[in-house]
Design a binder for this molecule. Structure first.
Ligand code: KIV
Ligand code: ZN
Length: 521
């Protein structure tokens, strides 16, 4: 029997933003960011949080353990390959949770059997050994046959039966490469439920990737065929084209409850807040026309649409903005707005701040309001992203920047950086103000990382609009993303570059930043 009991019409939401999502190149999150996201997932009603892959690194292990210790309602799950060392490490990390789960997997398709050099009998024996080992440690065990949608049906039934007999309580069916099609996704779940002895005693889960844009449709089709757990990520974050998006399946189940009569525990009004948070910390901006959480998802610009909306909102809206936590109004803030108004506005936008955090954000807000007449919702969202980026900025910080531009090049940047607490100054030139600034950063803090992406967006309209800048650096195959926002594009660029460098430094010197600080200082 599954370790989580639930009514038949209940679909469990398993969020893997912190594991499969974080695996996407460039989406690396800091320890504190992971804790914040886990707390939000727990609060919004996610049933199971896959908090990471504890054997992958000391940092992953620490994050999963701390998330487990802090958890309130959600089951905390750690991923493990099909070997005893991985499973022991995962258990070590999750066992602090009030409700813990071990998720172990092995690639079962012919391609994966070739890689592991296991024949069918060998793989069955491995599944038996690893799942029963996990079950001896933890009463809640999930097992996944990776690349299930390209595994032979008979063999899939055989390994699923083995996992159930060995004690798995949830059987997850991954479409690892985003290859399946909705009808096929449903047929696969139905086939397993019909053919595998013991299938009624476990929960079947669906785990879809979005390579052909069908992840949401495939997950919902699996639910119609009897899957009762959907694995998903916020904003559909994930390797390649990403995973099933949590906000899409949850809102589809809610809006189309007439044909999908299932329930989730998700408080949908928290969706916008966590979507923004994940976009900010991962550096993966949400595309404007993204379903549910895109900036344009509730915008109505054409004359016909606006006219219809004014007469009756349901003409063009199948969900209400407030259902996903979008403030109904874009109330403008300005330099006379007080702390209470700011707190209320941020709460509307999905940010719940403690007193200390509010104090810091209020100082930033005042500084912005001094430079910008009107502060819109999007300005505040950029400001919150900026505030979370700064938390990482302990090692490198932009202190002062002055650029000299003109029709005659080269442009010049005078930059003061704080490096491990010590201020250093340099004057550099470049082909344009941003190039000069980046050259100055490289001279003050020499590094081999390559600039992979430099992107600027205006947050709102007008010449006093803030610019949000994203920078992506790559070193030794690892991608580090940084963001910043400022009314001055060059300042935002410098801070975004430094944010990415801070992440690189954190990653390279994980756990030993204080030694680095003292050697620099
Ligand atoms: O996509 C996949 O197959 C996975 C497994 C580890 C479940 O993420
Ligand atoms: Zn996956």
């Amino acid at each position: 029997m599954s370790a989580i009991s639930r009514p038949q019409d209940h679909v469990l939401i398993f969020d893997t933003t912190l594991r499969d999502g974080e695996q996407s190149p460039g989406a690396t999150m800091s320890h504190n960011e992971k804790l914040d996201i886990a707390a939000m997932l727990d609060e919004m009603g996610v049933d199971i949080i896959e908090a990471g892959f504890p054997i992958a690194s000391e940092g992953d292990f620490q994050a999963v353990s701390e998330i487990a210790k802090n958890s309130k309602n959600s089951v905390i799950c750690g991923l493990a390959r099909a070997n005893l060392t991985d499973i022991d490490r995962a258990w070590e990390a999750v066992r602090h949770a009030a409700r813990a789960r071990i998720h172990t997997f092995i690639g079962t398709s012919p391609l994966h059997r070739d890689i592991t050099a296991l024949d069918q009998d060998g793989m069955v024996a491995r599944v038996q050994e690893t799942v029963s080992h996990a079950r001896n440690l933890c009463e809640d065990v999930q097992w996944s046959p990776m690349d299930a949608t390209r595994t032979e049906a008979d063999f899939l039934c055989r390994v699923v039966e083995t996992a159930i007999k060995a004690g798995a309580t949830t059987i997850n069916i991954p479409d690892t490469v985003g290859y399946t099609y909705p009808r096929e996704s449903a047929d696969l779940i139905a086939m397993l439920r019909n053919r595998v002895p013991g299938a009624d005693d476990v929960v079947f889960a669906t785990h879809c990737h979005n390579d052909l844009g069908m992840a949401t449709a495939n997950a919902l089709a699996a639910v119609e065929a009897g899957a009762r757990q959907i694995e998903c990520t916020i904003n559909g974050l994930g390797e390649r084209a990403g995973n099933t998006a949590l906000e899409e399946v949850v809102m589809a189940l809610r809006v189309r409850n007439d044909i999908l009569p299932y329930r989730t525990r998700i408080d949908t009004t928290k969706i916008m807040g966590i979507s923004r948070m994940v976009a900010a910390v991962s550096g993966f901006a949400v595309q404007f026309n993204k379903a549910v959480v895109g900036k344009n998802a509730f915008a109505h610009e054409s004359g016909i649409h606006q006219d219809g909306m004014l007469k009756n909102k349901e003409t063009f809206e199948i969900m209400r903005p407030e259902d996903i936590g979008l403030a109904a109004t874009n109330l403008v803030m300005g330099k006379h707005s007080g702390r209470a108004a700011l707190r209320a506005k941020l709460a509307d936008l999905g940010y719940e701040l403690g007193d200390n955090q509010l104090k810091d954000v209020f100082v930033r807000f005042k500084a912005l309001a001094d430079r910008k007449k009107e502060v819109y919702d999007d300005d505040l969202i950029a400001l919150m992203a900026e505030a979370s980026a700064d938390e990482d900025a302990a090692f490198l910080q932009v202190r002062r920047l002055r650029v000299v531009c003109g029709t005659e090049g080269p442009q010049e940047a005078e930059l003061t950086l704080s490096i491990g607490g010590e201020e250093r100054f340099i004057d550099a030139t470049g082909d344009g103000p941003v190039d000069a600034t980046f050259n100055a950063i490289k001279m003050l803090f020499p590094h081999e990382a390559r600039l992979e992406l430099y992107q600027v967006h205006a947050v709102t309209e007008g010449t006093d609009a803030q610019a949000t800048v994203s920078v992506r650096l790559k070193l030794d195959g690892v991608v580090y993303t940084g963001q910043s926002a400022d009314t001055d594009t060059v300042v935002a660029s410098a801070k975004a570059y430094v944010h990415a460098l801070n992440r690189l430094v954190m990653h390279k010197h994980r756990g030993n930043l204080s030694a680095l600080m003292s050697s620099a200082g």
